[in-house]
Design a protein around this ligand. Structure first.
Ligand SMILES: [Mn+2]
Length: 413
């Protein structure tokens, strides 16, 4: 039996709030669907983070339904695992569960409100001679995820030991040895001893082969489909579907397909110590021209920018927007504040720096910069009545375990 394994498709994601990039993410997804239609495996697995938020925009939902149907109508079974992005913070039916009820051939088992044994038993799917167990993802902070994995993994091992034939474990989980060390939940040896573990969560491509007697024969992260952060843009990770054949004694990877709908380039950093905006524009033009020379593909340029404390962030952003239009390219500023050595630090300068609301939240609540940004975004979302956005920010904070920390620091627990 052949399977196509992808993960972290993040359909609906709109990196840096740029519409064109949302289209790129959709294009990447469509490339995978076309690949599946051509390869015609028995099963297509998406190992979590199928969609970018639990309640995506209607056009995204419609697109997903159409594409899943294109696949299932050709006799390909679709197995969807839940990840943090597919799971709402509140107890509620997820969109993936709804899809699995609505479309024949789509399975997204999510068993709640029962014992761990029952959860495991009900999450096993039989396709021909192959048993596919889907990890029951829980949305909580990292330590709790580790504890949960430790408890439930032996139950999967037991459930798999009771069946014959080929065995596949699908899980949205962080595995030790990948790049995202702060978000790992389990050692690959502690995954069930199946033929193939189809993993999601880590956004780069990563392989693991059993060297002792424990764990799956092979565990793979196929990589997300589109770089969503500057770190991912910088990496040379391959991303896209993996075609696996399970008919032999050992799983055989038949194809590692690489999806690349646009070329992401991270330029060298531009340093702007003082508010000389005309110079900035000239420098940026040069950097863009130099970095895109000879490339015909769609290009997304990431420009790290370091600014002095007297430089206006908004002004820099507006220069980038203007040049993006003029040069007809997607140019994204990644701005960080740096006080350059020897720079005069008048009282006014310090005031300008300290009114950065992110800095204020950081020091008041003793949280990371990342969390401060989220709290600020949450305040904005609530002020503008955008409940959807507020929901997804709360989800993100919950996932980081930051709400708990915040509550602890404020003596709310
Ligand atoms: Mn993801």
């Amino acid at each position: 039996m052949q399977i196509v394994h992808v993960s972290d498709t993040h359909l609906g994601a709109k990196p840096y709030h740029i519409n064109r990039l949302q289209e790129h993410v959709i294009e990447a997804f469509d490339t995978v669907i076309d690949y599946v239609i051509e390869a015609r495996p028995r099963v297509m697995i998406i190992a979590g983070d199928v969609i970018d938020r639990p309640r995506p925009e209607t056009h995204i939902l419609l697109h997903l339904i159409r594409k899943l149907k294109e696949v299932t109508e050709r006799g390909v079974k679709v197995i969807l695992a839940h990840g943090e992005h597919d799971t709402p913070g509140r107890r509620d039916k997820t969109l993936l569960e709804v899809l699995s009820e609505a479309i024949d051939g789509v399975y997204a088992p999510r068993i709640t409100g029962s014992t761990l044994e029952e959860r495991v038993a009900k999450s096993m799917i039989q396709v021909d001679d192959t048993t596919i167990g889907v990890y029951q993802f829980v949305k909580t902070h990292v330590e709790r995820q580790r504890e949960y994995a430790k408890n439930i993994m032996p139950l999967y091992e037991k459930a798999f030991s009771r069946v014959d034939g080929r065995k596949v474990f699908v899980a949205h989980i962080g595995v030790e040895g990948t790049l995202i060390e702060y978000a790992t939940h389990v050692n690959p040896r502690d995954l069930p001893s199946v033929d193939y573990a189809a993993l999601g969560h880590h956004h780069g491509r990563w392989y693991w082969k059993r060297d002792g007697s424990q764990g799956p024969l092979m565990a793979v992260y196929p990589g997300s489909l589109y770089p969503l952060t500057i770190r991912e843009a910088r990496s040379n990770d391959k991303r896209g579907p993996i075609l696996v054949d399970l008919s032999g004694d050992e799983p055989v990877i038949q194809e590692e397909y690489n999806v690349e709908v646009a070329k992401h380039i991270v330029t060298r950093e531009i340093t702007i110590p003082t508010p000389e905006y005309i110079k900035v524009e000239q420098r940026l033009r040069e950097v863009v021209a130099n970095s895109t020379r000879g490339i015909n593909k769609d290009v997304v340029l990431h420009v790290p920018v370091s600014i002095g404390i007297t430089v206006s962030r908004a002004k820099i952003e507006s220069i980038f927007i203007k040049l993006s239009r003029q040069m007809n390219k997607i140019i994204i500023p990644h701005i960080r504040l740096t006080a350059t050595p020897g720079e005069s630090r008048s009282v006014e300068d310090v005031i300008v720096a300290s009114v950065d609301p992110i800095e204020i939240i950081k020091t008041t609540y003793k949280v990371s910069k990342e969390t401060a940004k989220l709290i600020l975004a949450l305040k904005d979302a609530l002020a503008s009545g955008d409940v959807e956005a507020a929901d997804s920010i709360i989800d993100e904070l919950t996932q980081k375990g930051e709400l708990l920390k915040l509550a602890n620091s404020k003596g709310l627990r």
